[in-house]
Design a binder for this molecule. Structure first.
Ligand code: CA
Length: 222
């Protein structure tokens, strides 16, 4: 199970990171709010420990944004102000639990376990979708993984991140190449064709990428 800690007090983040690792979780630390959504677009996270006050983007906006994207992960929000908790509860942000600072790392680990236990069935359903690993250009579905070329990976990543929106060939070109080169539509079409062929190796006949006549392409989860 992967836990993301978003906490700008770096010493605190390190300590709770250690406790969670000892409890058997894979841990990732971020110290700024604006790093969260880019990371979630590329990595699968089962639970996020989210501080309220953060540089870049605050915990409230992040919690909202994550839930609006339909993301099913567990969220435990932390705040230094007791009176904030009541307000947060009233906002119905979709957080699974709240913790007031200062809290003991043990208490946090207990809450993480409880939330994950409760969410387990939903998290399993989540694994029906593709997972992307940008460091290795790897795409996984259930137990199967395959490595794509950099260009193939970036096409798929753009489509997955578009979250159901149709992307034009121009938008895809912009996402794939950083150097504003001129690329023909036909080149994009042939890359898409290859990505589709590769995705079939994941062992499902499902067509992950739909072409939308005259417009572009769209990612279709199962
Ligand atoms: Ca803070």
């Amino acid at each position: 199970m992967k836990v993301l800690i978003v906490e700008d007090e770096q010493a605190l983040a390190e300590v709770i990171g250690q406790y969670l690792r000892q409890a058997g979780y894979e841990v990732c630390l971020l110290h700024r709010g604006d790093q969260v959504l880019p990371l979630l677009a590329e990595r699968d996270v089962d639970l996020m420990v989210l501080d309220l006050m953060l540089p870049g983007m605050d915990g409230l906006s992040l919690c909202r944004a994550v839930r609006q994207q339909g993301c099913k992960m567990g969220i435990i929000m932390t705040t230094a102000r007791v009176e904030e908790v009541d307000r947060l509860l009233g906002l119905e942000l979709g957080a699974d639990d709240y913790l007031c600072k200062p809290y003991s790392p043990r208490e946090l680990v207990a809450r993480v376990k409880a939330v994950l236990r409760r969410l387990e069935p939903e998290l399993e359903a989540n694994s029906l979708s593709l997972r992307l690993d940008a460091d290795r250009n790897l795409v996984s579905w259930q137990q199967q993984s395959l490595e794509l070329t950099r260009v193939e990976f970036r096409i798929l990543q753009a489509l997955v991140q578009a979250n159901g929106r149709i992307l034009s060939r121009d938008q895809l070109i912009n996402h794939i190449y950083d150097d504003h080169r001129i690329v023909s539509d036909r080149t994009i079409d042939s890359h898409i064709k290859k990505v589709r062929q590769r995705l079939r190796q994941l062992g499902t006949e499902h067509d992950w990428i739909q072409s939308v006549y005259g417009t572009g392409y769209q990612f279709c989860p199962l």
